[in-house]
Design a protein around this ligand. Structure first.
Ligand SMILES: *Cc1c(COP(=O)(O)O)cnc(C)c1O
Ligand SMILES: [Zn+2]
Length: 416
């Protein structure tokens, strides 16, 4: 029996056979993958997962692919770091960082969604893959296309950080830099998808792409000793990750891998692009698209494809949302670096600063298990912190010069 039974519309419930489709033909609602739980349920056990590979594919039974992974075999199984020092600052005794800044191979959580989507693209018989991206997805699709021998077309807004652009070109992808913001790039891609018949990982393959994110949640629970955390704070762009972490935890409960899901989910955005957090904070039923203006470019999506799903997830779980200024984004990056020795990108700065705000609002108990989702690496967004981290101290190669430097305030200040 196939693992994927079909695709179901989240709005009207219409079901269609499995395929590279993402919208319902009846109501234009988003389609979701329907897995064959009767077959899968009895097969998954903690022991089987623990005997699996040290990658997201240890959860193969729960992911929407039929055969073995053909692309991205080493993605995932990133560290869950106990953050003692940052915990002290936030007044939390059980704070953790789920660190996808060191995900293989392109240093962001997007490797999870791409491994799943490109394995699926191969199953569907595609030889060309494409995406609309704010940067990290571009890096990951380009890298995995190279690995898997696909032709690739990557569409990005023309104002991305240098690290994100170089980190796409290096893999030999065709990179199309579009004069416009992400939402304009995405609209173009929706039109191009119909015309060229490529596998657009975040458009026609979106249901499979999204399910790759479930592994972020599976790993957190396994790494906590088969237990769902009390709170997870997640940076939101299109709004997929926050919902899929929650979906993943609930699936683990459904098949008996964990005892329950007390988890509250929190959405984090930058004030300069906050359609999801604004809707949640104002308890609005609809969300208003925005024109992004923030240094947190990787999560700057003004019209999020899964915005409603994100809003619904946060509400159902009993969580909340908040947003921070660009200044606070930089503070968050520095705080995580200074306390935990982890260099995250701007999205991480958003998440750390939002976590701090939520802690100050008294939303977490001191002994609650709190997980901050760090989704991307700081080396890719150096522009954000250039000139903001103090100075190096220049000295001559002799002890006298070192002695003089050590006695000055400048050095003390820069190492503080
Ligand atoms: C894409 C991205 C996100 C958010 O992803 P969505 O699933 O679209 O909400 C978060 N952090 C980083 C670094 C990303 O690149
Ligand atoms: Zn429908």
């Amino acid at each position: 029996m196939a693992k994927v039974l079909g695709m179901r519309c989240r709005e009207c419930g219409e079901e269609v056979p499995p395929g590279p489709v993402h919208v319902c033909e009846l109501c234009f609602g988003p389609l979701e993958v329907v897995l064959n739980w009767e077959e899968i349920g009895p097969k998954v056990t903690r022991e089987k997962i623990q005997a699996g590979p040290p990658s997201m594919w240890r959860y193969w039974d729960l992911l929407p692919v039929e055969g073995q992974p053909t692309v991205g075999k080493n993605v995932g199984w990133t560290p869950l770091v106990k953050a003692k020092n940052l915990g002290k600052v936030l007044g939390l005794n059980n704070l953790y960082i789920k660190n996808d800044a060191v995900n293989h191979p392109t240093l962001s959580f997007k490797d999870r969604v791409v491994a799943c989507a490109l394995t699926k693209a191969r199953e569907f018989g595609y030889d060309t893959v494409a995406c609309a991206s704010t940067g990290n997805l571009a890096n990951s699709v380009a890298a995995h296309a190279a690995e898997g021998g696909f032709k690739s077309y990557i569409f990005i807004p023309n104002d991305l950080e240098q690290g994100k652009v170089l980190g796409t070109l290096i893999y030999g992808a065709n990179v199309l830099s579009v004069t416009g913001n992400y939402d304009e790039v995405n609209r173009l891609c929706a039109e191009a998808g119909g015309k060229y018949g490529w596998a657009f990982v975040n458009i026609n393959l979106r249901p499979f792409y999204g399910d790759g994110s479930k592994s972020f949640g599976y790993e957190i629970a396994e790494q906590l000793g088969w237990k769902a955390p009390d709170h997870v704070i997640v940076p939101c762009a299109g709004g997929s990750l926050v919902s899929k972490i929650y979906k993943g935890l609930n699936e683990m409960h459904k098949v008996g891998l964990i005892d329950g899901v007390p988890t509250k989910m929190y959405a984090a955005q930058a004030k300069g692009c906050s359609p999801i957090t604004t809707a949640i904070k104002t308890e609005s039923e609809v969300f208003r698209p925005q024109k992004p203006n923030t240094i947190a470019k990787s999560i700057a999506i003004g019209n999020p494809a899964d915005g409603y799903m994100a809003m619904d997830t946060v509400r159902r779980s009993g969580g909340w949302a908040d947003d921070v200024t660009d200044e606070e984004v930089i503070d968050g990056i520095r705080l995580l670096g200074r306390t935990e020795g982890i260099f995250c990108e701007t999205a991480g700065g958003v998440t750390v600063s939002v976590a701090k705000k939520l802690a100050e609002q008294g939303r977490f108990g001191a002994d609650d298990t709190v997980v901050i989702a760090i989704t991307g690496n700081g080396l890719k967004t150096q522009e954000a912190v250039v000139g903001r981290l103090g100075q190096t101290v220049g000295i001559q190669p002799n002890l006298a010069s070192l002695d003089a430097a050590l006695s000055t305030e400048a050095l003390l200040a820069s190492t503080r």
